[in-house]
Design a protein around this ligand. Sequence first.
Ligand code: ZN
Length: 379
Amino acid sequence: MLSEAHLTEGMRSVFVELLVHGPLSRAEAARRLDLSPSAVTKLTKPLLQDGYLLQQPVGDRNAMGRPSQPLAVDPARAALIGVKLTEDELFAVRTDLRAEIQRELRRPLISHDVDDVVACVGEAVRDLTGSGKPPAAVGISLAGTASGGDPVVPTSPFLGWRNVPLGGLVAAATGIPAVVVENDVRALTAAQQWFGAGVGHSSFALVTVGAGLGCGLVIGDRLVRGAGRGTGLVGHMSIHDSGPLCEMGHRGCARAYVSSAAIRRAVATTLDRPDLTFEACLALAAEGQPAARRILEEAGEALGQVVATVANITGVQLVILSGEAVAMYDVCAGAFDAALAAHTHWTSTPIDVVVKPFTFSEWARGAAVIALQHRILGR
Ligand SMILES: [Zn+2]
């Protein structure tokens, strides 16, 4: 199914329903998809024959008194590989069909030369595959304007790339034809959509804090990709025209308050302690050191304003906070919540905010989910 082309629209929707919400009885799957139980039986039969679905042990009796046999996706039926490229490193994971990480690795990038990076990705894919079955697809995520079905990376600021046909080069290097390249925040959003806090929500936003500030959107069950110029570009949103400068020269933009580098720089400069790490700055603020506390509260206010603006524009009810620097939330939750309430449109109901603790392998896992979505949905 994931490697052949005979997947019909109906089979696709049943498979996704079972993958994201399963195990489900045929009757429950039929109800959720507004199909008849016999249609579900017909649609799932080839998927059961191909081993993509499993019949679970007999469950409760249904309304007719017959025992129901829930259906579930067999996560071991195929594997995916996800790769995240940063400025100086590559992180890669091998996952099953439910995006559970089976193996992971981390390698330095010896240069930003395209051939070197492709060779490094190829080697990672080979090492993660080992003597096992080749992956059904490979997903690659990176900061930049890369987008789903397009195998070319138009721009990647950290790698200094323009119009690099990365998907085709990695496909040629690995012999795996299905290679998908995606913006890293969108890839992370896809993982939340199918296997995270976004499950059960047809619309939500993911806001990431770390080296920068990112935003991914799912609206009406679709990952929003925009028209090629990127989406969710909230990082340089203006907060205060008398605030600190970001590296692009904007005074008081969100990134100048919220990025981990901006927080670290502000605390270290104010306290004249250039050695302070970001984590040490958070710890000082948590202990009540007044200057560190004020800087974190300003960061929390800026982040609250960004989240409120995202929700005001898109109408989402759920915002997931994640990213390498998400631990800052714990130190500035009060300031964040107050700013969120103050900037949320007065006609809106309060927004649910879910804070997702972060590990770096999540980026590569997101890339694996992008590969999976592309293989199943064709987009
Ligand atoms: Zn800026």
